[in-house]
Design a protein around this ligand. Structure first.
Ligand code: HEM
Length: 132
């Protein structure tokens, strides 16, 4: 497996996310870090789309028929859905609605698992540099 810069960057943001998870009581650390990581995750596919030749890989080399690419895609969609619910629960906590804490905590754990799987499946999809 070739370790691309994009994977290293994603892994670094994952370490930061774990820190923000454990230090959730420090709201001024937790909220901006989590919100920034969500924004990064939102724009990451756009960055990858602009910097890779997806037509060649997906269509010409028929990678669109592989299980891994679909698994990766579905995990990303699941992550976005979890983010949506986590933002709603987080905003409720900020408004002082303590009932949202349980949902926010369990969704938080699900986000950590899903994001780890997104990064792992993404790492497995990295194309090693071509050797001439
Ligand atoms: C923009 C998004 C988010 C907002 C606005 C937000 C907001 C908050 C707030 C206000 C608290 C309460 C802190 C306190 O106790 O004073 C909290 C706790 C927490 N957050 Fe978030 N959060 C966000 C994203 C996330 C994400 C992505 C995760 C997980 C990966 C997460 C995991 C947690 C956990 C585990 C707690 C502690 C819950 C508990 O007390 O049991 N949050 N969050």
């Amino acid at each position: 497996m070739f370790l691309a810069g994009t994977v290293l960057f994603a892994a670094a943001t994952y370490v930061l996310m774990i820190a923000a998870f454990y230090y959730s009581r420090l709201r001024r650390f937790h909220v901006p870090v989590m919100a920034s990581i969500m924004v990064v995750d939102l724009f990451f596919p756009i960055y990858l789309f602009m910097t890779h030749d997806w037509i060649r890989r997906l269509i010409e080399e028929e990678e669109i028929f592989t299980f891994l690419i679909w698994m990766h895609l579905f995990l990303v969609i699941a992550l976005y859905i979890l983010y949506y619910h986590q933002i709603l629960a987080g905003r409720r906590l900020l408004r002082g609605e303590e009932e949202a804490r349980g949902d926010h905590r369990s969704q938080g754990r699900a986000i950590l698992v899903t994001r780890a799987l997104v990064i792992t499946t993404g790492a497995l999809l990295v194309e090693p540099p071509q050797q001439e």
